[in-house]
Write a protein that binds this ligand. Structure first.
Ligand code: 8YV
Length: 320
């Protein structure tokens, strides 16, 4: 690289990304621009690359205002906040960070399942508040052993969850668009799978195609003893229906890492003892975020070196 190309930054950046990228690029933060529309109109053409994350994505007006955009490197595996088909149609390559977070997100799913089943957070409150001394033993909880585990979405992370779950002697079912030809049972009908499951683990990509896939019918099929775990996107679950089912006992409990209007969480959920909440931290360990940050940077570096990238999203593979 002879001179530092401009890089438009949408969303946050880790310190590691900041230091690696600022050595090679002139990084301009969109969030720092007082008049975003005026900035894009005036300077949009100066950028051939953008760096973003799963939350900020790439809004349509930003993509349109960048006629010379060639690469969008996103920090995260989910890219539902980027219109990858529109990008591909313009010859823009979108990259993401698959694989490096499979284990972490799968761990988070298992953690939320165990915490919801064994009511860990409510038990912690019981211990801290002195309720143990005042009221005696904490109520019995439900075991995670020998359960029917239904996994919604059976890509890389879904299959990692299945392998992790085998430690608890479960029956594993999965729902996906197609039969993966694996050792576990494929369930083409999600409501039917929910009816058979003790826990439903949601790990399918977000976006219009999966919006409210976990509907009121699916939630109620899971039933009064069932537990819903969502480490995918809030949009995949009908959150209002989830709140209703938890309130009236139609669903037993939930472990939720993602929500429909992040960072807002419905107050009703916050008040429930049978729910364990996390602020979208599925991949948020020091080690995994470093691996994601490096892959996000490596995609950019590679592109500016020889025009190729390491991990394009499927819609853009033909461009590389
Ligand atoms: C991150 C995620 O929170 O990878 C994803 O799709 O949801 C998370 O790992 C996010 O992308 C970081 O902004």
């Amino acid at each position: 690289m002879t001179e530092a190309p401009n890089l438009l930054q949408l969303g946050g950046m880790t310190d590691l990304m900041q230091s690696r990228l600022s050595e090679a690029f002139t990084v301009v933060r969109l969030a720092d621009q007082p008049d975003r529309a005026a900035f894009l109109a005036e300077r949009g053409a100066e950028f051939t690359a953008a760096v973003t994350d799963g939350h900020a994505g790439l809004p349509a007006d930003v993509m349109e205002a960048m006629p010379n955009l060639k690469l969008v490197s996103s920090f995260g595996v989910g890219y539902d906040a980027i219109d990858a088909d529109a990008a591909a149609a313009r010859g823009i390559i979108v990259t993401h960070t698959p694989d490096v977070l499979n284990d972490e997100v799968a761990d988070t799913a298992i953690l939320l399942w165990m915490a919801a089943s064994r009511r860990l957070v409510a038990a912690d409150r019981w211990a801290r508040s002195g309720a143990w001394e005042r009221k005696g033993a904490f109520p019995l909880t439900r075991s995670v052993q020998k359960r029917v585990v239904g996994i919604v979405g059976f890509g890389r992370i879904g299959q990692t969850i299945a392998r992790r779950a085998t430690a608890f002697d479960p029956t594993i079912l999965y729902h996906a668009r197609s039969d993966k030809g694996v050792e576990w049972e494929f369930c083409p009908d999600l409501t039917d799978m929910a009816r058979r499951s003790d826990v439903l683990m949601v790990i399918t990509p977000g976006g219009a195609g999966t919006r409210h896939l976990v509907s009121e019918e699916v939630i109620r099929a899971l039933g009064p003893d069932g537990i819903l775990v969502n480490v995918a996107r809030g949009s995949v679950v009908d959150e209002a229906a989830l709140v209703r089912a938890l309130e009236d006992g139609g669903l037993g409990g939930a472990g939720l890492d993602v929500f429909e209007a992040e960072p807002k969480i419905p107050d009703a959920l916050k008040a429930m003892d049978q729910v364990v909440l996390a602020p979208h931290v599925g991949s948020a360990s020091v080690e995994t975020r470093a691996a994601m940050a490096n892959l996000t940077c490596d995609n950019l570096f590679r592109f500016f070196e020889d025009g190729s990238v390491l991990t394009p999203v499927p819609e853009c593979r033909h461009l590389t």
